[in-house]
Design a protein around this ligand. Structure first.
Ligand SMILES: [Zn+2]
Length: 341
């Protein structure tokens, strides 16, 4: 390891004078995990080298105007074990030790000038695509609650806030972003067509009994409990009501993908339902596997969130409040980030 570092330093000693930019600030982002060098206006020239055996990334960006924090171990994003700054002559270099099985990509970004190192668990460092599916729409109001509130409107409002949150870090596609009717089949087609990595359907629960309240999340399962079956039946009935047979949506995932997607969906659903219900002070009704037509047709992991009960006064109040809708979206986004990174 020492040998390698010295070799790099020697190389740099020879090229020191070619670096013109000044590092104004070094910062770390949690999601997505990044190390960012904010640079002065000069066109930056940078060099990087990676020692795979020691998982050591070396970056030479230019002069560093801030002299503090030579060695950093605290406040680092996931995937970084250690950061060490080495000053030599008028320049500084950074040694970044990555955790095991982590990939990185260094890129130059403009406006403002900065060098960004992205860390990720996948080699391609690809941008993930998340599909947001606000339930119902157009001629299909979904469940109708207190004062004529429609499920389709709450689902769309939360879906839009969720889009605004997620687009900061992901490629986001909505199955609908206005009050229009989309068949269940087309919702899954949209998702599969763009090769989505995650599908999130947003719905509102309904029950005759206005005392029923709380939040629950569903994932696709060929087997359902009688309770989950009932909820799935209601959501699937939309098809039949508007001329679509939900049974015609076939499962395109093979057995291996089915098992894997289910495992991933459960992982996301569990943490999210617990956290989201606590944050909203709503009852945690747990997560359930059910044969939802819209989830059956997609080829990625997916969840269907039933945010609350539209006929329950307390749930209704929370779900129709804009601030709460935003908080819900933020919480969901937080868990989506954790899911991917
Ligand atoms: Zn619904």
């Amino acid at each position: 390891m020492q040998k390698k570092i010295f070799a790099v330093l020697l190389f740099l000693a020879a090229t020191i004078f070619s670096f013109g930019s000044v590092v104004e600030k070094v910062r770390f982002n949690e999601y997505p995990p990044q190390m960012v060098f904010d640079l002065s206006e000069d066109a930056p020239v940078y060099s990087t080298d990676y020692d795979e055996y020691n998982r050591l990334l070396f970056l030479d960006i230019g002069n560093n105007s801030s002299a503090k924090d030579k060695n950093t171990r605290n406040g680092l994003p996931k995937y970084i074990e250690k950061v060490q700054r080495v000053d030599y002559g008028t320049s500084s270099g950074y040694f970044v030790t990555l955790n095991k099985n982590i990939f990185h990509k260094v890129s130059l970004r403009k406006n403002p000038n900065r060098v960004v190192v992205d860390f990720s668990k996948n080699a391609q460092n690809k941008q993930y695509t998340v599909v947001i599916d606000p339930g119902h729409g157009g001629k299909d109001p979904g469940a109708v609650g207190i004062g004529g509130t429609k499920e389709k409107d709450i689902a769309l409002a939360v879906g839009k806030y969720l889009r605004d949150e997620l687009k900061k870090d992901f490629n986001v596609v909505m199955t609908r972003d206005s009050d229009e009717f989309i068949t269940l089949t087309n919702r899954s087609k949209i998702s599969n067509g763009i090769g989505a990595d995650l599908f999130i359907s947003v719905h509102i629960n309904s029950a005759e009994n206005s005392k029923l309240s709380g939040m629950e999340i569903f994932y696709f399962s060929k087997k359902s409990s009688p309770y989950a079956e009932r909820i799935a039946e209601f959501e699937n009935s939309v098809g039949a009501k508007y001329g679509e047979d939900a049974n015609s949506i076939v499962q395109i995932m093979g057995q291996i993908a089915y098992n894997k997607n289910q495992e991933k969906s459960i992982k996301l659903a569990e943490g999210l339902n617990r956290d989201l219900s606590a944050r909203m002070r709503m009852k945690d009704r747990g997560i359930h596997g059910a044969n939802f037509a819209v989830l059956r047709g997609i080829s990625s992991p997916g969840i269907l969130i039933e945010l609350g009960f539209i006929r329950n006064p307390e749930d209704h109040r929370k779900m129709t409040n804009r601030t709460n809708q935003k908080i819900m979206a933020q919480k969901i986004a937080e868990h989506v980030r954790k899911y991917f990174y």
